[in-house]
Design a protein. Structure first.
Length: 378
């Protein structure tokens, strides 16, 4: 074994022993994530407005166009696309471009003119159960209010004899259980918390116990130190991932329709970014108290801007832009899609690319700061 690998192994073994020797640390690393998953899985809830809507108009009449215009005019729906093919709804929902698909069948205007019940199909992305429930209720209200106005107008001002019958189905989460949507997101939040917590104190602890000076004068290079500090935490994080994923599947009965390999690759990229962020915090903090405070200054905005608590589409435009530099946002998109939709690399290519770019950028910044620390210029 080369001298470089020996140094990395020695640092990794030393770091792993330091992590595992304290019983309280073991509880923090392996019990606390499961407890947090149970708490968040039962307690977390979300809401949404201006649902992205894809419209398939197979009738192509003035009545159907008026219906779509009235749908988009309110505050509950935002039409993001349309076509004349029913299969395009599946593509829009699978690709995440829309959360609800509206199909107006041929004969819509004819049924209204004849005084018959006009049927409109609504297909909702049920992966987000809370959103699906709200959208379902909003569609029903829209059919009652705006549809009544449309029918009254078509009837020449007389009360309409017909009504619009909306038949809605929720895909990916037919029961609209909030846990099925929230629990996969909790997995990402817990992983980020553990990564930041275990690495943000790394160099600060060395400084406080007086061993940082030994690292500075040692022949250890920056890459060797980064690997030595992060490899044990990567192992711990993967164990945590296995634990909380098992609890999510067996305790909360969250369906897992995707590939474990896809989830593992995404988790590894995300964990590297989280560990790098923790190391970055460690290099700019002088004491463990400072590092702990900085951890929450990073963690809370990351959770808020990830779509964990509030949908990204409902945020102001500036904050929607800020979410793109948040690795947790991209990881949650991947986790939810893998768990609930069975999505693979071909569907999640954009999310994987964004996650890899953000994680690599944070890692480069952390390596630069660690190098300055080792040279004693921080």
């Amino acid at each position: 074994m080369s001298e470089r690998l020996l140094r990395i192994r020695a640092l990794a073994v030393k770091e792993l022993r330091q992590l595992l020797r304290d019983p309280r640390s073991r509880v923090l690393m392996f019990v606390a994530p499961v407890v947090q998953l149970l708490l968040f899985g039962y307690a977390v809830n979300t809401d949404v407005r201006r649902a992205a809507t894809f419209v398939v108009d197979r009738d192509r009449t003035a009545a159907s166009r008026t219906f779509v215009q009235a749908l988009a005019a309110g505050d509950h729906f935002r039409v993001v696309g349309g076509s004349q093919r029913s299969n395009d709804i599946r593509d829009a929902l699978d690709g995440g471009r829309a959360i609800v698909g509206i199909e107006i069948p041929a004969g819509f205007a004819r049924d209204i003119a004849a005084g018959r019940t006009a049927t409109v199909q609504a297909i909702i992305d049920g992966a987000n159960s809370n959103t699906a429930t709200v959208v379902q209720a909003n569609i029903a209200r829209f059919a009652q209010w705006h549809g009544r106005d449309l029918l009254t107008e078509r009837a020449g001002g007389a009360p309409p004899a017909a009504r619009i019958d909306v038949r809605a189905r929720a895909w990916y989460n037919p029961g609209l259980s909030s846990r099925i949507y929230n629990v996969p997101a909790v997995i990402g939040a817990i992983l980020m918390l553990m990564c930041l917590l275990l690495t943000s104190l790394a160099l600060v602890r060395e400084r406080e116990v007086g061993t940082l000076e030994q690292l500075i004068v040692s022949p250890v290079t920056t890459p060797q130190l980064v690997l030595g500090k992060t490899l044990p935490v990567i192992l711990v994080a993967l164990v945590d991932l296995a634990l909380i994923t098992t609890v999510a599947r067996l305790w909360f009965d969250v369906p897992f329709r995707g590939s474990l390999f896809v989830l593992l690759i995404a988790a590894l990229i995300f964990i590297v970014g989280g560990l790098a962020a923790g190391l970055l915090i460690s290099t700019v903090s002088r004491t463990q108290q400072e590092a702990f405070m900085a951890l929450f200054l990073v963690l809370l905005p990351a959770i808020i801007l990830s779509g964990f608590l509030l949908p990204v589409d409902a945020m102001p435009p500036l904050f929607q832009v800020l979410t793109f530099i948040n690795p947790l946002r991209h990881f949650l998109d991947i986790v939810r899609a893998v768990f609930l939709k069975g999505a693979g690399f071909e569907v999640l290519a954009a999310e994987f690319t964004a996650l890899a770019v953000v994680s690599a950028t944070i890692l480069a910044a952390a390596a630069w700061r660690v190098g300055r620390t080792l040279r004693g210029t921080a």
